[in-house]
Design a protein around this ligand. Structure first.
Ligand code: DGL
Length: 273
């Protein structure tokens, strides 16, 4: 069992922010990633649809024999809150580990949260922050276009379109004098530089992919699931749309060629609930 892979899923590329960190922390672990690129974005869909997609994504990973599942997606973590109870393996989403990190990073207690519309409407991060400390002031903003920017490789901090969208969404938060900002969608760390530039480097950015990977290490330890093999682990990527676009952006983001490690999977046919 311990040699089985860790399963990570997201609606698209965003979950790679968790993969990147996890592989750094645990180079001997095998990883299976699923990006539901045919159905991205999730963040403006109904609760019912997001829950159905999340169940299908998890079922696919389970069919590959994973020993643990990470929903590296702020939207799924915020909306499909009962998924954890339906799974036969340990599970984590991104909300709790990320809120915990933000609560420890803030000095002024003024925390911003950005995410998809579904995430912000759920109030998931805000509720978790206020549960940790009810004196926090939490300011939320949904930024749905960030997901499209990332999925379409508009990720450079020098790109005028990226700068314009960042300013449009973050102006209000900047005016609130936040000292910490939760990048509550796993796509967002990919444009962290543009976000940081706009906030003039004065705000601590909390990367939901990274914090979740850090928490996943603790979860593996708790369940005694560390892979004891000395061999370097493997990464396999599955996507529900064409592999070419994923390959290109994944390579820019992960800094390595993922050529033969990416395959297409038709999820609708394989696992319709
Ligand atoms: N990366 C996802 C998230 O963390 C989903 C973005 C989307 O599909 O809308 O919310």
């Amino acid at each position: 069992m311990t040699e089985n892979a860790i399963g990570i899923f997201d609606s698209g590329l965003g979950g790679l922010t968790a993969v990147k960190e996890l592989v750094k922390l645990l180079p001997n672990e095998n990883v299976i990633y699923f990006g539901d690129t045919a159905r991205v974005p999730y963040g403006n869909r109904s609760k019912r649809t997001i829950i159905r997609y999340a169940e299908q994504d998890a079922d696919f990973l389970l069919s590959r024999g994973v020993k643990m599942i990470i929903a590296a997606c702020g939207t799924v973590s915020s909306v499909a809150v009962n998924l954890k109870d339906e799974l036969p393996v340990p599970f984590t989403g991104v909300v709790a580990p990320t809120a915990y990190a933000a609560a420890h990073a803030t000095k002024s207690g003024r925390i911003g949260v950005i995410g998809t519309s579904a995430t912000v409407n759920s109030g998931s991060y805000k509720n978790e922050l206020l549960r940790l400390d009810s004196s926090f002031s939490v300011f939320q903003q949904d930024c749905p276009l960030f997901v499209s920017l990332v999925e379409n490789s508009f990720i450079s901090a020098d790109d005028d379109i990226v700068k314009m969208v960042v300013e449009r969404y973050l102006k209000g938060l900047k005016e609130q004098n936040i000292d910490t900002l939760i990048l509550g969608c796993t796509h967002f760390p990919i444009i962290a530089q543009a976000i940081s530039n706009y906030l003039e480097g004065r705000v601590t950015l909390i990367d939901s992919g990274k914090e979740t990977a850090l928490y996943a290490v603790k979860l593996l330890e708790k369940h005694k699931l560390f892979n004891r093999s000395e061999q370097p682990g493997s990464c396999r990527y599955y996507v529900s749309d064409t592999v070419e676009d994923f390959r290109r952006t994944a390579e820019i983001f992960l800094g390595k060629n993922v050529g033969n490690e990416v395959s297409h999977i038709n999820l609708e046919h394989a696992f319709v609930h």
